[in-house]
Design a protein around this ligand. Structure first.
Ligand code: ADP
Ligand code: MG
Length: 138
């Protein structure tokens, strides 16, 4: 059964002009683009989105970074979308990312790592509802 996941093309990749290439990798891997929106988010919006990381030492820097320029917010759909997108993304630290993954190809650092993807069904549901209204997901 088709599953939905939430993804972001992060500010580093957008500012370097990699959004189109990343979207192409996502579509090549069989994901359907349910919804996409370019937006510059506020630091407060980033803090709410990343609330599970609030206690981590990198939280403040991460929220500054995510609100530093335009990003693409996306809802993607395919069978096994959540796990398959995580695989396509590669490791959080691009130094550990496998060949052929989006982070290997486009990420510059453990923070500026090109792409976000939900890590489980419950976080995907929260993240989709955080950024998109029901009528945008038909
Ligand atoms: P992922 O995005 O792979 O699910 P996490 O959920 O652990 O990774 O972390 C969320 C985001 O926080 C990462 O994608 C990255 O941008 C940033 N981040 C994670 N760990 C660090 C770190 N040690 N230093 C700086 N930024 C980090
Ligand atoms: Mg995560």
């Amino acid at each position: 059964m088709a599953q939905r996941t939430f993804s972001i093309i992060k500010p580093d990749a957008v500012s370097k002009g990699h959004a189109g290439a990343i979207l192409a990798e996502i579509e090549k891997a069989g994901f359907k683009l349910v919804s996409i929106r370019k937006q510059t988010i506020s630091k407060q919006q980033a803090q709410g989105f990343y609330h599970v990381h609030a206690a981590r030492p990198f939280f403040n820097d991460l929220c500054e970074f995510m609100s530093s320029g335009p990003i693409f917010l996306m809802v993607l759909e395919k069978e096994n979308a959540i796990a398959d997108l995580r695989k396509l993304m590669g490791a959080t630290n691009p130094a550990n990312a496998e060949e052929g993954t989006i982070r290997k190809m486009f990420a510059e650092s453990i923070q500026a790592n090109a792409i976000h993807g939900s890590d489980a069904e419950d976080t995907a549901a929260f993240e989709i509802a955080y950024w998109f209204a029901g009528y945008e997901l038909l």
